[in-house]
Design a protein around this ligand. Structure first.
Ligand code: UDX
Length: 444
């Protein structure tokens, strides 16, 4: 059965969710305060890079099941289910999450609800936020208790956002057990296809649903920092972290995923979510429970410094005037997102240390240039590596993994490569006479 749905926020999360819901057969209206974004989306254009999303968006805009507006009143009049998919970035002056966008949606939408409606929050929020918002909705909505809010966290990964939205590995719904309502029934209708495939559906209270999301991200961040910490020990002992990860990954209790040692995690979620989680734990008086996340963050930051130091050592000590090629600016491949990107951070730091840095990324250069306008962005990997004293692979795009060591070798000034994502076939580079450095792997 088709539902009438609105999605507030049309960033990575909201735009993908809106298009995904339309693809599932619902009638969807996407809402954003940014008229430029709405105009582009209405034309069927995705304002960021996400594989598969442009096709999904265009198809559903053309079918008439998906449209976009800046007018919240239009969305309130149209839809019975309202998703919140706006951002919750890190506060400028602290570790906590900036909830102003989420609050603004509630303050705008709730007073417009004059018939029964369900609001489902998707944004990642500090525990306790949903209960506060639920009360605020009841207070502001003309329909009172018939306007109900639940929390339905989102686990989509950039690069796989379409797949994760259409075929999630689990669904989580938080409801206030003290307020009997229709939220679960409505969510079951919205996600009918996934539930028919027996996708696990965890229905719980609001606080648990909020904590599920941040705990999942904290766990992933911890797993990455764990293997990166082990990589440090491997480097000190001549051991190889890739073999080690394969070996421990065969243990089903551990698993091989997210044991990729390298430059560490970045992006719009993991770094800010672990910081917001620590900040919230502090407010709740349980800061000690999460002090280990500070170490997770520190290990992660240390990766970036380590790569800068390796580059310095590779060029003989001083980066001043050294020609460095940085391949990659996005925080991970198949994304144009440079938020808290380890790759871009390394490029920027090298530049500040006096190196002559050339950067290439297949998709993220426009976004990167907004953050670091003084870096030299070039149109191809070949242009980036020409005459370089050292090459750093900082994001594991397929284009970089497939580079031919002989061809690249003919372009550079010195055959020195730092594989900061452990993504290259080390033997092939070494056989082609390169001085190869991996992360926690046997040094050549
Ligand atoms: C993450 C979560 O995976 C997703 O469930 C949540 O909804 C949002 O945050 P995303 O930010 O898209 O998704 O990226 P993810 O694929 O998780 O990677 C995060 C970072 O970790 C990237 O910088 C990646 O390069 C790094 N990473 C990942 C590693 O360094 N090693 C690994 O083994 C895996």
């Amino acid at each position: 059965m088709s539902e009438r749905i609105s999605v507030f926020g049309t960033g990575y999360l909201g735009a993908t969710h809106a298009a995904g819901m339309a693809e599932l057969g619902h009638e969807v209206i996407g809402v954003d305060i940014d008229p430029a974004k709405i105009e582009r989306l209405s034309r069927g254009e995705v304002p960021f890079y996400e594989p598969g999303l442009p096709e999904l968006l265009r198809r559903n805009v053309e079918s008439g099941r998906l449209r976009f507006t800046t007018d919240a009143a239009e969305a309130a009049a149209f839809a019975d289910v309202h998703f919140i998919g706006v951002g919750t970035p890190q506060l400028k002056n602290g570790y906590g999450a900036d909830l102003s966008f989420v609050d603004a949606v509630i303050e705008t939408l709730a007073p417009l609800l004059d018939r029964p409606a369900v609001i489902l929050g998707k944004s990642t929020v500090p525990v306790g936020t949903a209960a506060r918002l639920a009360a605020r909705v009841r207070e502001l909505a003309p329909v009172g208790d018939e306007a109900q809010l639940g929390w339905n966290p989102e686990f989509l990964r950039e690069g796989f956002a379409v797949e994760d939205t259409l075929r999630p590995d689990r669904l989580v719904l938080g409801v206030d057990p003290a307020v009997p309502g229709r939220i679960e029934e409505v969510a079951r209708r919205v996600y009918a296809q996934a539930l028919a495939r027996e996708t696990p559906f965890v229905v719980t209270d609001l606080a648990t649903a909020e904590l599920v999301k941040v705990s999942a991200n904290a766990f992933l961040a911890t797993k990455i920092s764990f293997i990166n910490a082990i990589a440090e020990v491997c480097e000190a002992t001549g051991a190889d972290v890739t073999d080690l990860a394969d070996a421990i990954g065969h243990d089903a209790r551990i698993g091989r995923k997210f044991l990729g040692a390298g430059l560490g995690f970045g992006g719009g979620c993991l770094p800010k979510d672990i910081r917001a989680f620590m900040a919230r734990a502090g407010e709740l008086g349980v800061d000690q429970a999460l002090t280990f996340l500070r170490e997770v963050d520190t290990v992660n930051q240390r990766r970036r410094q380590h790569v800068v130091e390796l580059a310095g050592r590779a060029v003989g000590g001083s980066l001043n005037g050294a020609r460095v090629a940085v391949l990659g600016a996005a925080f991970k491949p198949d994304s144009d997102d440079v938020r808290d990107s380890p790759a871009l951070d390394v490029a920027g730091t090298l530049h500040l240390r006096g190196a002559r840095v050339r950067v290439h990324d297949p998709e993220a250069m426009d976004n990167a240039a907004k953050v670091w306008p003084t870096l030299d962005f070039v149109g191809s990997a070949e242009d980036a590596v020409r005459d370089a004293d050292v090459v750093i692979v900082a994001t594991e795009w397929r284009q970089f993994r497939d580079l031919d060591p002989a061809v690249v070798g003919s372009l550079v000034a010195h055959k020195r490569i730092i594989d900061a994502r452990n993504c290259l076939p080390a033997d092939a580079w070494i056989d082609a006479d390169w001085s190869y450095r991996g992360m926690g792997r046997h040094a050549a």
